[in-house]
Design a protein around this ligand. Structure first.
Ligand code: NAD
Ligand code: WQD
Length: 341
């Protein structure tokens, strides 16, 4: 069965393509490489012995999107990762984020409808919950006003999908990721942040390898055990495997409702200092860091209630924080070697 994976050259998409191919699916990747590299497609081939089909297209353009469906008339489903995702950048360039993320979704849905393709897996985010009143946060918790244009594109996308499910034969699973980190155990693929990373773990590994001078820990005056914020970090391979399961649920018509939402996290929260300790333990490195002021827009604490995904999808994250940090460090070291050549 042939699956279209948009954004499949990116961080989470590439790990998902590996899991899909290892589960026996044929994959077409559609990506305009705005935040990724063509070499990732070859790297996927190195891991799985199959190089996926690759279409370099901008999904925010309707005719480029339509061209994929015309060329691949046998698509069984779509997994949609393609989006711009940098929170801070979205505050500076809101129109570009709305244009890219919302137009791409609408173009895909239009082409899917035209070609009779109904199963759709969407990358949503825990950002839609903001700071939840009750923890752990479950799928019925209210969605708060978005903290950024990026976050708003996820809320808007969920609303568009829900309305389109009601109006058509679309079958959709929206997966709300918590904080994906880590890399494939082979260290052949991983996260490729462009420029200075916003996210904690790439900043930690780039500091340890000597690319950044020190990590700033954004605030230690939160109401948590050590004062630093709590997040639910999830290994990218666990996340990727959840997509294969969600896809099967759609293809086998096992949905309870044509619109379903699942949290994807481990269910455990860790503070920033706990993440640093785990990194130091598995790497044997001492991290240069300093406590600084809070980062605007950061929430204090969030972790997932994963009960629904556990029960309905039969999925549970298996990899712990040490394994996440170990794979992230292995990837950073492999990247350094690659960049030297
Ligand atoms: P990523 O930037 O590594 O991957 C996204 C891919 O989409 C990139 O390869 C990029 O080139 C491509 N892309 C962007 N716009 C495109 C367009 N118009 N046409 C074609 N390709 C386009 O990001 P990621 O971390 O792998 O995230 C994947 C998805 O998961 C995104 O939708 C993101 O918003 C969502 N998400 C990510 C996180 C996270 O922390 N990484 C958390 C929650 C949700
Ligand atoms: C984690 C913790 C920081 C960097 C973001 C998006 C969210 C989702 C996942 C897509 C926080 C602290 C970080 C640093 C630090 N993405 N930190 N020093 O903010 O939870 O979520 O990525 O949907 O929408 O907002 O992740 O990795 O940036 O931060 O102290 O240099 O690390 O304050 O507590 P975040 P993050």
């Amino acid at each position: 069965m042939k699956i279209l994976v948009t954004g499949g050259a990116g961080y989470i998409g590439s790990h998902t393509v590996v899991e899909l191919q290892q589960a026996g699916y044929d994959v077409v990747v559609a990506d305009n490489l705005i935040n990724s590299e063509k070499a990732v497609i070859e790297s996927i081939g190195e891991i799985t012995a199959v190089v996926p089909d690759f279409e370099e297209v901008d999904l925010s353009d309707p005719s480029q999107t339509e061209s994929i469906f015309e060329k691949h008339s046998d698509l069984a489903a779509v997994i949609h990762f393609a989006a711009l995702k940098a929170v801070g950048d979205s505050v500076k360039r809101p129109l570009e984020y709305y244009r890219n993320n919302v137009f791409s979704l609408i173009n895909l849905l239009n082409s899917m409808k035209k070609h009779g393709v109904n199963p759709f897996v969407f990358s949503s985010s825990c950002t839609v919950y903001g700071q939840p009143n009750i923890l752990p946060v479950n799928e019925n918790s209210p969605r708060k006003d978005a903290e950024s244009p990026y976050g708003n594109t996820k809320k808007i996308a969920e609303d568009i999908l829900k309305d389109e499910v009601d109006a058509s034969s679309l079958q959709c699973i929206a997966l709300r990721y918590f904080n994906p980190i880590g890399a494939h155990p082979s260290a052949i693929i991983g996260e490729l942040p462009l420029g200075i990373p916003d996210n904690l773990v790439p900043f930690i590994t780039q500091t340890a390898i000597g690319q950044r001078e020190k990590l700033m820990v954004f605030g230690n005056d939160y109401e948590t055990k050590d004062g630093t914020p709590i997040r639910d970090y999830i290994h990218v391979v666990d996340l990727a495997q959840a997509h294969v399961i969600a896809l099967k649920r759609l293809l086998e018509n096992k949905q309870k409702d044509p619109w379903e939402v699942f949290n994807l996290g481990t269910g455990n929260g860790f503070t920033v200092l706990e993440v640093i300790r785990s990194f130091e333990k598995v790497s044997g490195e001492t991290l240069n860091y300093e406590i600084s002021g809070r980062r605007a827009g950061d929430i204090e604490k969030v972790w997932a209630d994963t009960g629904l995904a556990n029960r309905e999808l039969g999925w549970k994250a298996e990899r712990d924080l040490d394994e996440m940090m170990h794979s992230a460090w292995k990837w950073e070291k492999a990247l350094q070697i690659k960049n030297k050549h």
